[in-house]
Design a protein around this ligand. Sequence first.
Ligand SMILES: [Zn+2]
Length: 226
Amino acid sequence: MAEIDRGSVLDEVASLGSALVVVAHPDDESFGLGGVLAALTRSGVDVRVLCLTHGEASTLGATKDLAAVRRDELATAAERLGVSDVVLHDFPDGGLDAIDPAVLDGVVLDVLGSAATLIGFDADGVTGHPDHRAATAAALRVAMDQGLHVLEWGVSPAVAEVLNAELGTTFAGLTGDSASDIEVDRTVQLEAIACHESQSTDNPVLVRRLEISGPVDRIRLRRPGG
Ligand SMILES: [Zn+2]
């Protein structure tokens, strides 16, 4: 495991100013990014969330009102994380990779405001999920075009290996020279996760991932021109 960075990457992000989270589904901001987002808002960073779908295709908590349920869960979780605003779009869950990239980029630009950093899953979508990849790809394109930082979150190769072996998942592992491990306090994240009751109630992969990860999150900060 790489040496644990005691927060200097997050300090750098905090020093840049406000941040915009770009994710595919309600719960991505909590299940994945919750530890990082809680740390940033605790430091006084203005964090907003752009979520591109209502997550209506989930096989968990299936009900005909799932889109509305998940919209409400996202609002509650975001408040718990200290997020100042949520913009929720209704692109099709499971179909983000079929949307014209220029359309997704336009949506990100529309809500960009004064954000200095875009935050999302890693470029592999953490598990290779096409929606996650499409959301992060849009963030990366806009950041490159606008000269912004991108903070990616993923799991370490060691955590990915255990999860994939035990549960048959497809975690990619966030690697590369600039990836680092940071220690996070999961208290607020766990409260935000609980707000997503439809998705967290029977979710062994989530439980096991948090168990294996302990207080450590893997991130990478992409700097403009870097
Ligand atoms: Zn997701």
